[in-house]
Design a protein around this ligand. Structure first.
Ligand SMILES: [Zn+2]
Length: 255
């Protein structure tokens, strides 16, 4: 661990930040509290943009290539390009299952997730998984690859029972602004069960702004609000949460 300047504010890794889906002036965002960023793709084109942007930012950034469950129906037409991009990327994703919106059929979503799981296994790269109202099927598919590569459950929203099951699977849980919402009562309880070496933070920029900024487009600097909430729930100082979440992300990236 690098030594820090005394009195410096704690820093955060935003593990899920779609800067390529915003029209922000990226050179001039406030990155003071950011250690580094991870930019996931949602399809071939946005994965390519994530790669390009990651090289131009004033802070270190990693990128991921993948196809979102909403667009799983486009897998066959994008497979070749996605495979090439996934070969180059630091991580794979985001992908997963979304039974809330069902923009692609469940069969298409399964096929898409399995494609990414196989790539993660072959290439030994971390996988970023979106899981909305699809806990059982996500669990069953991930179980087939238990321990083979790091898995990040992005914007985790599971209650106690699913959280417990996924803890046993050895995955990482990334928390978004949803954790700050009044309504996230079950989520707040489930957080207490998660070992600290499995915790991550994210914004999901430009979505899911923390309660304090609700209605606004999210941005990396807003991660501090989610960090404060997580630190409170885990009864940790911000400094300790900062250290452990940076360490966890470094482990995932093999840094
Ligand atoms: Zn996302």
């Amino acid at each position: 661990m690098k030594e820090r300047v005394i009195n410096q504010e704690p820093k955060w890794v935003d593990t899920h930040c779609h800067l390529q889906l915003t029209d922000y002036d990226l050179a001039n965002l406030n990155y003071e509290s950011i250690e580094y960023l991870i930019l996931p793709g949602v399809d071939a084109n946005s994965s390519k943009q994530a790669k390009e942007i990651s090289m131009q930012l004033p802070v270190p950034a990693y990128w991921a290539a993948g196809l979102h469950p909403h667009d799983a129906k486009n897998l066959s037409s994008q497979k070749e390009e996605l495979s090439r991009l996934i070969g180059e990327a630091d991580l794979i994703g985001e992908t997963g299952l979304d039974y809330y919106r069902d923009h692609s059929t469940r069969e298409q979503q399964h096929e898409n997730l399995i494609f990414h799981l196989e790539m993660a296994k072959d290439l030994q790269k971390p996988l970023i998984v979106h899981c909305r109202d699809s806990f059982k099927d996500t669990f069953d598919l991930l179980s087939n690859y238990e321990g083979e590569f790091p898995v990040i459950l992005h914007s985790w929203t599971g209650g106690n029972n699913w959280t417990k099951k996924f803890i046993e699977l050895g995955v990482y849980f990334s928390f978004s602004g949803i954790l700050t919402y009044e309504t996230a009562k079950d989520l707040k309880l489930s957080v207490k069960k998660i070992p600290i070496n499995r915790l991550l933070l994210e914004t999901d920029t430009p979505y899911l702004a923390p309660g304090k900024y609700k209605g606004q487009n999210n941005k990396p600097e807003f991660i501090v609000e989610t960090a404060k909430q997580l630190a409170m729930l885990k009864d940790m100082t911000l400094e300790d949460l900062s250290s452990i979440t940076i360490e966890n992300t470094n482990t995932i990236l093999g840094k």
